[in-house]
Design a protein around this ligand. Sequence first.
Ligand code: RET
Length: 277
Amino acid sequence: PTPSPTPSVSPIPPVLPNKPYYEEIGETGSKTLWVVFVIMLLSTLAFIALAWRVPVQKRLFHVITTLITTFAALSYFAMATGDGNSYAHIIIKETHKHVPDTVEHVFRQVFWARYVDWSLTTPLLLLDLAFLAGMDGASILVAIVADLVMVLTGLFAAYGKSDGQKWGWYAIACIAYLVIVYQLVISGRRAVRSKDSSTSKLFASIGGFTLILWTLYPIVWGIGDGARKWSVDAEIVAYAILDVLAKPVFGFWLLFAHARKATAIEGFWSHGLSSEG
Ligand code: RET
């Protein structure tokens, strides 16, 4: 028989295809999502109960805060049941000197339901703070639009195919975040100066708490989705802690502090004045 002209080993292709690699939710992540769903649901019920105890005209903060945990509960229900996510396709090209180039395909699970949640709840959280400080309409509008830009560009960043695209969107989102910080720190503090001292003290502490918490979100994103140094589960747990602090804990703090302030003022009018005359 004549020897076959083609060699028995196939030639090495110029680009080595690698097996796709999946990064996705595990048992810890799944349990965490359910736990946070229950926390958000119970907080929502508690906020509704608190709203019933005050007259309709004084329920603005109750309504805003209840909506925040309602949206969070919906988003966590979606994520816990396997909805509201899809896989970001990340392409990692590596060029080598003497060996063929390699292309790595990574599929990382992104929970886009978070971004839907944030696009509704973070403007509401800003409204809570803005109404507390008595901020003007222009500053509120700028803060809310910057907030929407931050969340939507953050969503694009999460689905970035390459490092350039991912970190490009991330940088834009961070600039938008700085606009929010500016509005809270400069416009918010300017506005609250014309209010009573207990309101400005409350705004300083709850606003400071907000700024610290919010700053941790882009850090978690950077380590998790960005650098992919954390597993999907680690990221879920980190966001879970932040979300519970930023929504229910923030809400109870605001409502109780505000109620205390209101009773102090009522007390002043009913006792402080009447005792004088
Ligand atoms: C992203 C990534 C892109 C850069 C920045 C981000 C900031 C997110 C923030 C989220 C806050 C969420 C809250 C949720 C409510 O419970 C989108 C993570 C700056 C600040 C407070």
